[in-house]
Design a protein around this ligand. Structure first.
Ligand SMILES: Nc1nc2c(ncn2[C@@H]2O[C@H](COP(=O)(O)OP(=O)(O)OP(=O)(O)O)[C@@H](O)[C@H]2O)c(=O)[nH]1
Ligand SMILES: [Mg+2]
Ligand SMILES: [Zn+2]
Length: 339
């Protein structure tokens, strides 16, 4: 799938990279450095505000808690950083210090409660959009993740979990849904964390990349991670015990190394992200199957609702794309416009 960056995205990325460089340049070096070793590269595997857990390359058996030096912009799970660790003989539990963040190849962000964009995971290659026969999938939710993946330059794939629950009553609906995404060109995997069918193909796809897992509460994200990572127990929550507010049972963003290769980041923050920060007029450009038609619209500011000469509506009449996708676009757009 070709990735098209809008000018605005390019500007945003350039701005961000400039900020990153400043963060490195401004690093204050006048701190008490006694008890700290020399600079080395590390990987952030979890972040808690201004504290990070890092791992040294080649040693996944040990994590070291580090604090951030002043003037360093927020770093997140998946970031590569330069650290100085406590030297041998330091008191047990002594923290290291992150002196710089390295350049990122991608950054997933989401607006916080004040509307400020906050980074949530760095250097992510793939987004695993997880669905299941139960809870019933909402196409607009899937499409919202697909838009975000396109926006952040991350390869999306659809994982249909709980195939053991597929029966005569739900198989037609699930097949129809998966057909839409397969036809558009997204990789689709069917699997069951329970009976482990389809798991090898997923593990194979995950090799050599960093992936994040997203999807509605209850689709089985934690169960899938448990199935891929025997021995690591991630809390699995029962659907029926979900409270209105705190349905999500997973609370911290963490990077897991997979035995077959590749890394997986699981974070509730990633799952719930919305598109409120996306300018409404940019939304259509992230629908990879619809965007090609809008160039033909007669009016530059066409809303694709009623205008004469709307190429998107004409393409819909000709059955050039799945009408469900246009319906999703309108649904997501109305959510953006509300804010
Ligand atoms: N039948 C069946 N049930 C599954 C499967 N995978 C997970 N479940 C069940 O689905 C429920 C939700 O699973 P979780 O792994 O907690 O779901 P989650 O996506 O991590 O949910 P949140 O952490 O709330 O976002 C649990 O009761 C699991 O036992 C599967 O492959 N088949
Ligand atoms: Mg979970
Ligand atoms: Zn139009």
């Amino acid at each position: 799938m070709a990735r098209r960056l809008t000018d605005q995205q390019r500007r945003r990325i350039a701005h961000h990279q400039a900020q990153q460089r400043n963060a490195v340049d401004n690093t204050a070096r006048v701190v008490d450095d006694s008890g700290l070793g020399s600079e080395q590269e590390a990987l952030v595997i979890a972040h808690y505000g201004r504290k990070l857990d890092v791992e040294m390359p080649g040693d996944t058996t040990r994590t070291v808690r580090c604090s951030l030096r002043a003037n360093i912009t927020q770093l997140v799970t998946g970031d590569h950083v330069i650290v100085r660790l406590p030297v041998e003989g330091s008191e047990p539990g002594a923290a290291g210090v992150v002196v710089a963040g390295c350049e990122r190849r991608s950054l997933l962000s989401r607006p916080d409660s004040c509307g400020l964009l906050r980074p949530i995971a760095a250097n992510v290659d793939a987004m695993l959009i997880t669905i299941a026969p139960l809870p019933e999938p909402f196409p607009f939710l899937i499409d919202r993740y697909l838009v975000a993946a396109d926006l952040y330059g991350i390869q999306p794939v659809i994982l249909c979990n709980k195939t053991d629950l597929i029966n005569d009553a739900n198989s037609a609906a699930i097949e129809k849904l998966l057909h839409v995404y397969r036809t558009i060109g997204y990789p689709v995997f069917s699997l069951s964390s329970y009976d482990r069918s389809g798991l090898v193909a997923v593990a194979d796809f995950l090799r050599d990349k960093i992936s994040v897992i997203v999807g509605q509460s209850g689709v089985g994200k934690s169960s899938l991670i448990n199935a891929l990572l025997p021995g690591v127990d991630i809390t699995v929550g029962a659907l029926s015990t979900a409270s209105d507010k705190g349905k999500h049972t997973t609370t911290t963003a963490r990077l897991y190394h997979l035995p077959a290769g590749g890394d997986l980041i699981d974070s509730p923050g990633i799952r719930e992200f919305t598109l409120q920060h996306l300018p409404a007029q940019e939304l259509i450009s992230h629908f990879v199957d619809l965007r090609e038609y809008t160039d033909g619209c007669k009016f530059r500011d066409c809303s694709h609702e009623h205008e004469p000469g709307c190429a998107l509506l004409a393409a819909e009449q000709e059955g050039k794309f799945f009408p469900e996708r246009l319906a999703s676009y309108r649904h997501i757009l109305s959510n953006i416009n509300e804010h």
